[in-house]
Each structure stands twice: as structure tokens, then as C-alpha cells.
Write a protein that binds this ligand. Structure first.
Ligand code: FES
Ligand code: FES
Length: 158
């Protein structure tokens, strides 16, 4: 079996993986990163979104072997020393979730979106999150949260 080296939330791992193993299963079943949920079996919902070398990917559509040599950030790696990432805090304070199933993927996708567009309009946010589905909220509070998170991140990283 192929052996891969991967860093997840700042911790280095070496794992033997079957070539067909999906990254999301490596994260959840081997490494215990159950904060990254699986919401579909069609690569549609975006719940499983993580950052792969800083870029958001649906971890159910990436093979673990494709992530060899990469650094992965999951929702569990965002908070630092018990302090929520500004985007996590914004989702909490803007009540941008109900069941919460979509939230990890939404937060990760939003953070990636801000790399190219640090001050997104409502339209850009809706467009940027098109690959992430929410069955509960109607999206309004999610859009508000992303705008607030963007503002807070801009303050933190001028
Ligand atoms: S679980 Fe990956 S897109 Fe739905
Ligand atoms: S909060 Fe339930 S799916 Fe988004």
C-alpha cells in the first residue's frame, strides 16, 4: 500500500493508505477528525470542505494519496489556544447555523474565498458559497456572518 506523509492541523502523520481511500475517510476514520462531516455521496453538499495547502477542497472528492506532502486544515485546526477563529466567532454571533451540519464546510469555504476577495459583496459571498448547501438557515445569516468574519479578519491581519 502507498505510504503518505501529511500534516493535519499542524500535526505530521505518516499513513499507509489504500489507493482508493478518500481524504475525508482518512481524516475522520483514521485521524479522528470527526469535525469534518460527510453530508452526501455525490460531492454536492460541501459539508466535508477542508483547506488543502490553503485552498478549499471537498475532501470527499480527493484521494488521500493525492494529498501526499500537503498540509490540511480542518475546522478543528482553526481555533488557537481556545480562541475561536474570527470566522467561527462570526457564525456563532450572527446565528448562522441551526443543525450545524453544513457549518464546518461553510466556514472553511468562506475563509478560502476571502483570500481572493477580502471584502466580498453579498452577491460574491452567495456566489463563492455555491458549492456549500444548507438545508436549514435560508443563507441570510450565513451571508451576514461571512461579511462580519471578513471585517474581523481584516482587523486582525491588516
Ligand atoms: S460530503 Fe463531500 S460534498 Fe457532500
Ligand atoms: S445549519 Fe443545518 S444544514 Fe446548514
Amino acid at each position: 500500500m502507498p505510504r503518505i506523509a501529511i500534516t493535519v492541523d499542524g500535526i505530521a502523520y505518516e499513513e499507509e493508505v489504500e489507493p482508493r481511500l478518500l481524504l475525508v475517510h482518512l481524516l475522520r476514520d483514521r485521524l479522528g477528525k470527526t469535525g469534518t462531516p460527510i453530508g452526501c455521496d455525490t460531492s454536492n453538499c460541501g459539508a466535508c470542505t477542508v483547506l488543502l495547502d490553503g485552498k478549499s477542497v471537498k475532501s470527499c472528492s480527493v484521494l488521500a494519496v493525492q494529498a501526499d506532502g500537503s498540509a490540511i486544515t480542518t475546522i478543528e485546526g482553526l481555533a488557537a489556544n481556545g480562541t475561536l477563529h474570527p470566522m467561527q466567532r462570526a457564525f456563532h454571533e450572527e446565528h448562522a447555523l441551526q443543525c450545524g451540519y453544513c457549518t464546518p464546510g461553510m466556514v472553511m469555504a468562506a475563509i478560502d474565498m476571502l483570500r481572493d476577495d477580502p471584502e466580498p459583496s453579498e452577491e460574491s459571498i452567495r456566489h463563492g458559497l455555491e458549492g456549500n448547501l444548507c438545508r436549514c438557515t435560508g443563507y441570510c445569516n450565513i451571508v451576514r456572518a461571512v461579511r462580519r468574519g471578513a471585517q474581523d479578519m481584516a482587523v486582525k491581519t491588516p
